[in-house]
Design a protein around this ligand. Structure first.
Ligand code: ZN
Length: 145
């Protein structure tokens, strides 16, 4: 499946299927979920989030797009302007990655008080070891291919 791309200043009201709308001003990429369910997928570009590679012809987005907050739960890569489907993630995997994401968010917003965060994470995860394991797993998912 081919995806085209459009560089835009502002996101248009109507997002066409099969088009990546890239706003460098806002540092974000928006497209309709590749499964055709009509959900709008926003992938903000950041040092810790998605990265966009434009080679002059086609666009690659990294890491993969995992739409587990939508009913379709579709998961795919956008590589060289093409959709590459990943195996559907089961609920357990989705749950695990969500725990890690929430922790990372908490860390980010509470980094003025790292000791407090540490205690809270420990309480939630029961042990530090488990969190480290989850993080390692996340790294594998995002960077391990
Ligand atoms: Zn979908």
């Amino acid at each position: 499946m081919i995806v085209r791309h459009k560089f835009v200043e502002l996101m248009p009201d109507i997002i066409e299927d099969g088009v990546l709308y890239i706003s460098l001003d806002y540092g974000t990429v928006i497209h309709n979920c590749a499964c055709g369910c009509g959900s709008e997928v926003n992938t903000p570009l950041s040092p810790t989030g998605w990265k966009m590679i434009y080679n002059g012809e086609v666009v690659t987005l990294k890491p993969s797009v995992g739409n587990w907050s939508y009913d379709c739960k579709s998961h795919y890569w956008i590589t060289d302007g093409k959709i590459e489907w990943a195996a559907t993630w089961n609920d357990d995997k989705i749950k695990k990655i969500r725990i890690v994401e929430e922790d990372e968010r908490e860390m980010f917003y509470k980094n003025k008080n790292p000791i407090l965060v540490d205690i809270e994470v420990n309480k939630k995860e029961n042990s530090k070891e488990k969190l480290t394991k989850n993080k390692w797993w996340l790294w594998r998912v995002f960077c391990g291919d």
